[in-house]
Design a protein around this ligand. Structure first.
Ligand code: PEP
Length: 249
């Protein structure tokens, strides 16, 4: 059970063109059936953020980016700054997703610099951490999460603007999920670390679970202590799947 206001967030990754706004519109249309006590966020690809913001305008659906650059501007061809995301209507940004860490060699130090940049421009920052399958098998899940948390989350982090997402790499897009006991163990560990470092702010910082969340397992996963919402990849692409997950609250 979460003591905090849950956040149900969707990460569309590199999926979607203008036609996908139909799914976004269907999510907006379904919001009234969901409890007012949860926050809802969709992070489409950067090319859709401005149009998605227009589609969501006037509703409580929040729109976010999936990455940003650590610098404010300059000669960084192909990159997008935190200010640019905000300018398009994004209020949130996902940082340090395992795909960014693995495929684009993002280190925790870089993720921390990006988080500072995003927070400086007023974006709520969702910082992802999580162990690989090899690390879990070696009994290193807690220590890996601890290292990533310490190095990726900025010193002055506040509960209102920083969200942690625990995403075991081996559970992302695989259909595999940790057991409820495994999720509970990691989330309790993250909570203890956040409280030790940030005091009452750490108590109030949301910790999302991510990795193969779908309608069929959402009820069990979202009921675990210190699971304050979900970060959803594949199942956020279809409005009906996303709404079904959020409706377990
Ligand atoms: C993700 O990309 O953050 C994710 C959790 O993906 P999926 O839900 O598809 O496992």
């Amino acid at each position: 059970t979460s003591l905090l206001r849950p956040l149900v967030a969707g990460n569309w990754k590199m999926n979607g063109t203008g036609q996908s706004l139909e799914q976004l519109a269907a999510i907006v249309a379904g919001l009234d059936a969901l409890p007012a006590s949860i926050d809802l966020l969709i992070c489409p690809p950067a090319t859709l953020i401005e149009r998605a913001s227009r589609t969501a305008h006037g509703s409580r659906l929040l729109i976010g980016g999936q990455n940003c650059h650590e610098k404010s501007d300059g000669a960084y061809t192909g990159e997008i700054s935190a200010a640019m995301l905000g300018d398009c209507g994004a209020s949130h940004v996902i940082l340090g997703h395992s795909e960014r860490r693995t495929l684009y060699a993002e280190t925790s130090d870089l993720v921390c610099a990006k988080a500072d940049a995003a927070l400086g421009k007023g974006l709520v920052t969702i910082i992802c951490i999580g162990e690989t399958e090899t690390e879990r098998r070696a009994g290193e899940a807690l220590s890996i999460v601890e290292q990533q948390l310490a190095a990726s989350v900025p010193a002055g982090a506040r509960a209102a603007t920083v969200v942690i997402a625990y995403e075991p790499v081996w559970a992302i897009g695989t259909g595999l999920t940790p057991t409820a006991a495994e999720v509970a163990e990691v989330h309790a560990h993250i909570r203890a670390l956040l409280v030790a470092r940030y005091g009452s702010e750490g108590q109030a910082m949301r910790i999302l679970y991510g990795g193969s969340v779908k309608a069929a397992n959402a009820r069990e996963l979202l009921a675990i202590d210190h699971v304050d919402g979900a970060l959803i990849g594949g199942a956020s692409l279809k409005a009906s799947d996303f709404l079904a997950i959020a409706s377990v609250y």
